[in-house]
Write a protein that binds this ligand. Structure first.
Ligand code: SF4
Ligand code: SF4
Length: 483
């Protein structure tokens, strides 16, 4: 008997599989697109030289100033622990916070003014992000070579040579970044004391901030670079509010450049129907943010002018006039204005308002700083001791007084009370305070009993430097007369 399949459960027939056809949506936009690494080409020229001049100027100041000494202390030091700010000849206290606020207003006005005049001048030439990127790029060129060599290195596999070059680059980047961190912290902690502290691994907060600032520099200037300007910096977003049609910006003269196209050097471009742009792409290769200025003004442009240098060098080689890419204004480009007209347009209402406000506030701040009395007196009533009658029938109130000597030498101050008939300082009337120091003292004020109605009476305590009457300041407090 042949074996038959008596399986009571009939085998299921396999269903044909459904296939889903994925049709690309023509309107689909990915939420994230990683950008290609930019390897800018180096270029020589006027704007490149200005950028380097600014790198030297800002970094000589930044790295050099903390080492400058004045009156036996660091000339510029924001001593947060002692709550004193040494700014060259001035000693400021937290009460002088108003000056910091005014300084911020001056910086904002200066930014408005420079932006209205010449676009993103700050971004291209002085912003720490641009400056450190330029320094890190310089190291990259020295260790890995020019743009083409770096592109080859990026696309090639790992080898001993690549390891060596990358190692040297990152080692130097880290050194610069860490020294930048040390210098930054050196504006808040005396830098000459900071170095031994760091070397002996004491001062955990100092170590933390050095590493934090150093690694931020390493990451921003070494890796993020133009991404910071494009996606993180708020200034790029609101700068257009300060622009007008007479603001100087880096522009491509399309009327002169188009139609673009390659051509041999000695060909008459007019007969070929070509403009001055030979479409060499050099202006794009040197751009640190990787944009093509021929597409018009873009918010990513930091106004560094390197594309101007690049294009001018091409124009020179082609024996065409310079300035196909140049600094001009929207109006200037439309009207074909020359340099004189552009300069004349500088004196427009917006610039005059920004400039006048900046000048007035700067003068007021310098005058106020120069005229301010380098002596602070704060009086706090001692709430632990009530008003009391002491020997001789005198009514006594006790205060805690802080005297801040904001000069660079030791001073003796004479304390005097006023505001009520017969009121006087019953404690030690002369107080010595060391240079650039504060001192708390207990002061007893006495007035004849019955001289005033019961209640609280305003009185004044005046401190005057012994031997210099001009150095005097007064603080207000209250004198309590009990019922
Ligand atoms: S560098 Fe000048 S010539 Fe070359 S592509 Fe740019 S605009 Fe055209
Ligand atoms: S377009 Fe020109 S000016 Fe603007 S960021 Fe690029 S190189 Fe600098």
């Amino acid at each position: 008997m042949s074996e038959q399949n008596h399986d009571p459960i009939p085998a299921r027939q396999a269903k044909p599989r459904k296939t889903i056809a994925i049709v690309p949506d023509p309107g689909y936009q990915p939420l994230f697109e990683s950008s290609a690494k930019i390897q800018p080409r180096s270029i020589n020229g006027r704007f490149s030289n200005w950028r380097w001049a600014m790198v030297w100027l800002t970094q000589l100041f930044f790295y050099g100033i903390p080492w400058l000494q004045m009156h036996g202390r660091q000339a510029l030091l924001f001593d947060l622990e002692q709550r004193r700010f040494y700014i060259f000849g001035w000693l400021l206290y937290p009460q002088d916070f108003i000056y910091l606020a005014v300084l911020l207003i001056i910086s904002a006005l200066a930014l408005f003014l420079f932006t209205a005049v010449a676009g993103r001048l700050w971004c291209g030439f002085s912003c720490p992000q641009s400056v450190y990127t330029e320094i890190f790029l310089w190291i990259e060129r020295r260790t890995e070579g020019e743009r083409s060599a770096r592109l080859r290195l990026d696309s090639g596999g790992w080898s001993g040579e690549k390891l060596l070059k990358r190692g040297a680059k990152h080692g130097l980047w880290l050194l610069v970044a860490l020294w930048t961190g040390v210098t930054f912290v050196g504006f808040f902690v005396p830098i000459r004391a900071l170095l031994p502290e760091l070397l002996s691994l004491s001062g955990p907060w100092q170590i933390f901030w050095v590493l934090f600032y150093g690694l931020a520099t390493y990451g921003n200037a070494g890796f993020l670079r133009e991404q910071v300007c494009k996606h993180m910096c708020p200034y790029a977003r609101f700068q257009s509010a300060m622009f007008d049609r007479d603001t100087l910006v880096v522009t491509y003269d399309a009327a002169r450049g188009e139609a673009r196209g390659a051509r041999p050097k000695n060909v008459d471009r007019k007969t070929q129907g070509l403009g001055d742009c030979i479409d060499c792409g050099l202006c794009v290769q040197v751009c640190p943010v990787g944009i093509d200025i021929r597409n018009g003004l873009q918010y990513e442009c930091i106004g560094c002018g390197l594309c101007i240098d690049a294009c001018n060098s091409v124009m020179d080689r082609m024996q065409y006039p310079r300035g196909l890419i140049r600094l001009s204004t929207e109006n200037g480009l439309l009207q074909g204005w020359g340099q004189n007209e552009l300069i004349r347009r500088l004196f427009r209402p917006r610039i005059i308002v920004y400039g006048s406000a900046l000048l007035a506030i700067s003068i007021a701040m310098v005058a106020s700083l120069s005229l301010r009395t380098p002596l602070k007196v704060d009086v706090v009533r001692d709430r632990g001791t009530l008003s009391r009658i002491v020997a001789g029938g005198q009514l006594e109130n006790i205060y805690r007084v802080q005297i801040g000597n904001a000069t660079e030498r030791d001073q003796r101050y004479l304390l005097k009370a006023s505001g009520l008939a017969g009121i006087q300082v019953a404690s030690e009337a002369e107080v010595e305070v060391a240079a650039a120091q504060d001192r708390w003292v207990v002061v007893r004020l006495q007035a004849p009993y019955g001289i005033a109605e019961p209640g609280s009476h305003p009185v004044f305590l005046t401190a005057t430097a012994v031997g210099d009457d001009r150095l005097s300041t007064q603080a207000k407090t209250t004198f309590l007369v009990p019922r």
